[in-house]
Design a binder for this molecule. Structure first.
Ligand code: M6R
Length: 371
């Protein structure tokens, strides 16, 4: 049932191109329009939205964080993202023109379910993004968009994460298409890039041995701590890379917004501390690229060993980092579909080198149906 792979996690990492393609399939028509009829929200419903709130836990929360950058940029609708466990115990400002997006692979996460009910009590409209047909969260939502990752067995979420991103991008681009469009050209260009992503993920997965070699090297360090830094959508990817490492390898791993380093975290850096930097494309938003290069220099000056996840052909990063992991070129907002993948492999290999059970890490359950 592992299809020739040693673990479910590796099988699921390698199923990602198919899972993303499946999630996009049939949802973009021949004229480049996103069709989400199955969601059962009318164009008018989408037009009435003046605020988006995303609620989720764990990896699904990281997908939500990426979505905020995309929705606000493409649609200019204010978007907030919050952990379900926080949202459910406070007084968020919502009304019937607020769209609440609940993201949950299992569709059964208790905190997200309770947060959804809290939102509905305040008359917000709830759209859930879930991988599990007929589960509780979709059943209690006003609308649902299913991801098509297939069953995810490994506790650590991989293909579910990428398909959540794909589904969230569809929602964001759909909102942009419906609501009169400041960035019409950009939206159609991004859409074609989105459709091209599964092939890029396939290409990326063909060359994972260098990533695994780096993971094995980091595993030999006696004082184990790995820091991840990123900016913009690279920041949630950093959080996700760190979460994977924590849950699988049981080592201290933290993701930071690179701009926060000087506000505290940089004092964690010691001689040889591994720092994984998620570097945005040098094209387009080159200001962000410059900024992360400065951050790489800062941590290197304190002794860090920098592994940079960057776009192929990014020679500047190659000069500054100790090692680079290259990903295929992509628009900035879609880059997480690619940059997250080597971090999954990195965590799986590091945990394997430390002899951990990567499909079933200690203390964790696949579906968290209690608080
Ligand atoms: O089923 P959900 O998407 O609601 O689950 C949320 C989290 O429990 C889940 O993403 C968890 O963080 C994963 N184990 C991360 O790999």
């Amino acid at each position: 049932e592992k299809g020739g792979w040693d673990t479910f996690m590796r099988k699921e990492i390698n199923e990602q191109p198919q899972a993303v393609a499946d999630t996009l399939r049939g949802r973009i028509d021949g004229n480049g329009q996103i069709v989400l009829d199955e969601v059962r929200m009318s164009d008018q419903d989408f037009r009435d939205i003046d605020k988006v709130f995303i609620i989720a836990c764990g990896t699904s929360y990281h997908a939500g964080l990426v979505t905020k950058y995309a929705i606000e940029h493409w649609t200019r609708i204010p978007c907030e993202v919050e952990l379900s466990s926080e949202f459910r115990y406070r007084d968020p400002v919502l009304d019937r023109s607020t769209l609440v997006i609940a993201i949950s692979q299992s569709g059964e996460t208790m905190d997200t379910l309770m947060a959804l009910r809290h939102a509905k009590d305040q008359k917000a409209r709830v759209l859930s993004i879930s991988n599990t047909v007929g589960s509780t969260i979709p059943r209690e939502s006003d609308a649902v968009l299913y991801t098509r990752a297939g069953i995810e067995v490994a506790v650590a979420s991989t293909k579910a994460f990428l398909t959540q991103l794909a589904a969230c991008y569809l929602v964001g681009l759909h909102l942009a298409q419906i609501r009169g469009i400041k960035y019409a050209d950009e939206v159609s260009a991004v859409l074609s890039e989105l459709v091209a992503t599964p092939d890029k993920i396939t290409k990326l997965l063909q060359d994972m041995e260098p990533v695994r070699a780096l993971a094995r090297e980091v595993a030999t360090r006696t004082e184990q701590r790995v820091l991840f830094i990123g900016r913009h959508v690279g920041y949630p990817v950093a959080l996700e890379g760190a979460l994977k490492l924590k849950e699988l390898a049981y080592i201290h791993a933290e993701g930071f917004a690179a701009g926060e380093l000087k506000h505290g975290p940089i004092s964690l850096i010691d001689d040889g501390t591994p720092v994984i930097a998620i570097v945005p494309s040098p094209r387009g938003r080159s200001l962000l690229h410059d900024k992360i290069i400065s951050n790489i220099q800062e941590v290197k000056a304190r002794g860090a060993k920098v592994i940079a996840v960057c776009e192929e052909g990014d020679d500047i990063t190659r000069v500054h980092a100790d090692h680079v992991i290259e990903t295929p070129a992509s628009p900035t907002l879609l880059a997480p579909l690619l940059t997250a993948v080597p971090l999954q492999e990195f965590a799986a290999e590091l945990a394997t080198a430390l002899d951990k059970d990567i499909d079933q890490p200690r203390n964790l359950a696949k579906s968290v149906t209690v608080e």
